[in-house]
Design a protein around this ligand. Structure first.
Ligand SMILES: NC(=O)C1=CN([C@@H]2O[C@H](COP(=O)(O)OP(=O)(O)OC[C@H]3O[C@@H](n4cnc5c(N)ncnc54)[C@H](OP(=O)(O)O)[C@@H]3O)[C@@H](O)[C@H]2O)C=CC1
Ligand SMILES: CC(=O)N[C@@H](CCC(=O)OP(=O)(O)O)C(=O)O
Length: 346
């Protein structure tokens, strides 16, 4: 008899990230989706609630319960709002389940988390056990982890843009790096908010959470190089995608070809990070609906500025896609299983 497929569950199944996970898991050849939960049980079937999943007849969403989840799954994805998500993830982890939390609740030390998120931190043992799940840079730890803190969307785009420079003198302690980032509106979640209404959103463009965005400490921590990050976040009137333009002021002579080679080498064997030919810029549309990150580089030798452009789909590499990539490692599946789609483009 062949090996039975690992069973996985999604908590937060009625949210954008949860729904994206379901969409991906339905195409996964080597896991089975056995549990869907939300904040409350729904009387109508999942397919009846969401038109794009209308073919899912007879699948229902339960009110979340630790014991029911533990019985039904080998691994659970938790995609609830910050403040709630980490608490649920920690409860499942304490009950012995392997868990990937998509929120920011387990990514930072408790004091930093409280200062930037304003929520009470999750118990210290869970914070300490959680592995930061930026797949490309923590494969072995993720594969053996019981609890994974999936990275934030802006943080993923920014850190993938900067990681190849981590040990290079181009990044200097105390010299700020500017990350000018834009996100599609699904990044804000599915619940109704006035600023997300069509009439408020369309024909407008402005920065938000200036100096206060919760991904600043996450990016700084992931780079670990005492480089201050100045992050400007903006809402783009598109559904999906993050476009991060990163500006690094050069204080020493830099060889353009050597910098570009660093990027090519860092990501040479990565299935989901694609470095564009030097001087080309990425497009959001080229990664929408995919787990790819596309990176482009331009070095202005006269003005002494390196520009790195990084794009991802916030719901995929920025949330559900990366979570599935991590689950594939944890469950000893092929890392790319369920994640092989190319963008729609036109
Ligand atoms: N959207 C994105 O691009 C990204 C999101 N994230 C993080 O992932 C998590 C989920 O985000 P997203 O999918 O956008 O969120 P949504 O707002 O779209 O969905 C939230 C989900 O949580 C449930 N929920 C809401 N309030 C509660 C509560 N008090 N207790 C239990 N369940 C609750 C909702 O269920 P119900 O329908 O029953 O209310 C829904 O299923 C968040 O922590 C977010 O920060 C991370 C990276 C990117
Ligand atoms: C467009 C938009 O509103 N995006 C959200 C990203 C939310 C997110 O990813 O939150 P975590 O901290 O849980 O990762 C924001 O800027 O807060």
């Amino acid at each position: 008899m062949g090996e039975s497929k690992p069973r996985v569950g999604v908590i937060g199944a009625t949210g954008y990230s949860g729904m994206e996970l379901i969409r991906l898991l339905l195409l996964h050849p080597n896991v089975q989706l056995t549990y869907l939960a939300g904040s409350r049980a729904r009387s109508e079937s999942f397919g009846a609630m969401f038109l794009h999943l209308a073919h899912l007849e007879g699948v229902s969403v339960e009110a979340f319960d630790v014991e029911a989840c533990k019985q039904a799954c080998d691994l659970a994805f938790v995609a609830l709002p910050s403040g709630e998500s980490g608490r649920v993830a920690a409860a499942l982890w304490s009950a012995g389940l392997r868990v990937i939390d998509l929120s920011g609740d387990l990514r930072l030390p408790a004091d930093v988390y409280q200062a930037w998120y304003g929520h009470t931190p999750v118990e210290t043992s869970a914070q300490a056990a959680a592995v930061y799940g930026l797949t490309e840079f923590a494969r072995d730890e993720i594969a053996s982890a019981q609890l994974v803190a999936n990275p934030g969307c802006y943080a993923t785009a920014a850190v993938l843009a900067l990681k190849p420079l981590q040990d290079h003198p181009i990044l200097q302690a105390g010299i700020p790096v500017i990350v000018d980032a834009k996100s599609g509106v699904t990044g804000a979640g599915r619940s109704a908010k006035t600023h997300l209404q069509f009439a408020e959103l369309t024909d407008d463009f402005y920065p938000y959470k200036v100096g206060k965005h919760q991904h600043v400490p996450e990016i700084e921590q992931a780079l670990g190089a005492e480089v201050p990050i100045v992050l400007t976040t903006q809402l783009l009137p598109v559904s999906r995608g993050i476009f991060a333009s990163v500006y690094i002021t050069l204080t020493t002579e830099v060889d353009r070809e050597a910098i570009y080679q660093r990027y090519l080498e860092t990501y040479a064997n990565e299935p989901f990070v694609h470095v564009l030919p030097y001087g080309e810029v990425p497009h959001i549309k080229a990664v929408q609906g995919t787990n790819f990150c596309h990176i482009g580089l331009v070095l202005d030798e006269q003005k002494k500025v390196l520009q790195v452009f990084s794009v991802i789909d916030n719901l995929q590499k920025g949330a559900a896609g990366q979570a599935l990539q991590n689950a594939n490692l944890m469950l000893r599946r092929n890392e790319t299983d369920g994640l092989n789609a190319a963008a729609l483009w036109m």
